[in-house]
Design a protein around this ligand. Structure first.
Ligand SMILES: [Zn+2]
Length: 231
């Protein structure tokens, strides 16, 4: 499959003009380069227990605007390059022999909303699941040094709000609810789906991975703190 989509191997930086006068910097990738990176990310995230039992999905926006995403139902710790497929900006499969993840629509909505987004990661860790079931409609993270891992945050004296949406097997309805929330709260780094998992993104795969690692750490802090307070 990879050979059909061109030869260049290296990731290429890019720059586009977003809203008038605003420069949007981001990273876009060639497919062959990105497939290997997503496979590698899957192995590492599985080893940390964040994508058990074939759960989770990962994607990256390529240098031509198409999106590379994990196929449906594969074990994320055992991915191979051929488990990464292409969809267009609407989430429609560009390879008829493969089925994209059921949650592809949530990925493409994020790319549409954030022109500088280059990667989206979705995980199902114990802490994602627990915290999404023990809070109301959001998790507030404040006064943590690790908040500086988030793009644009340079002090512990900040607050990151991670909204929690009810789980739904109807992806259009879920995506519409997420979109409506984001219309009102554009400064977002991540969201949770209750009893399900986490979505986060970045202007490069590395940044998305950094956001994910920070969130997993902070959710664990919050859950342990909650347990300590209740004891
Ligand atoms: Zn999921």
């Amino acid at each position: 499959m990879l050979g059909r989509y061109g030869a260049h191997l290296a990731a290429t930086g890019w720059s586009v003009v977003g809203r008038v006068g605003e420069n949007v910097e981001g990273q876009r990738y060639a497919l062959q380069d990105m497939a290997g990176r997503l496979v590698d990310a899957g192995r590492r995230l599985y080893e940390r227990g964040w994508v058990p039992a074939t759960s989770g999905n990962f994607s990256a926006r390529l240098d031509d605007g198409r999106i590379a995403i994990t196929v449906s139902g594969r074990h994320k710790g055992e991915l191979v390059d051929d488990d990464i497929m292409l969809v267009d900006a609407d989430g429609d499969a560009l390879d008829s022999s493969k089925r994209p993840s059921a949650e592809t629509l949530l990925h493409v909505r994020l790319y549409r909303r954030f022109p500088d987004a280059a990667a989206v990661l979705h995980t199902h860790s114990v802490n994602d699941t627990l915290i999404s079931r023990t809070r109301g409609d959001h998790v507030a993270l404040d006064d943590y040094e690790l908040l500086k891992a988030f793009r644009g945050v340079n002090t512990h004296d900040a607050r990151i709000r991670v909204p929690i949406f009810d789980n739904d097997q109807d992806m259009v309805r879920l995506a519409d609810r997420v979109d409506a929330y984001m219309d009102a709260h554009p400064e977002l780094h991540a969201y949770l789906i209750a009893g399900h998992g986490l979505y986060t993104w970045g202007t490069s795969l590395e940044e998305a991975l950094r956001h994910l690692e920070a969130l997993e750490f902070l959710f664990e802090c919050e859950m342990r703190l909650q347990g300590a307070v209740m004891r």
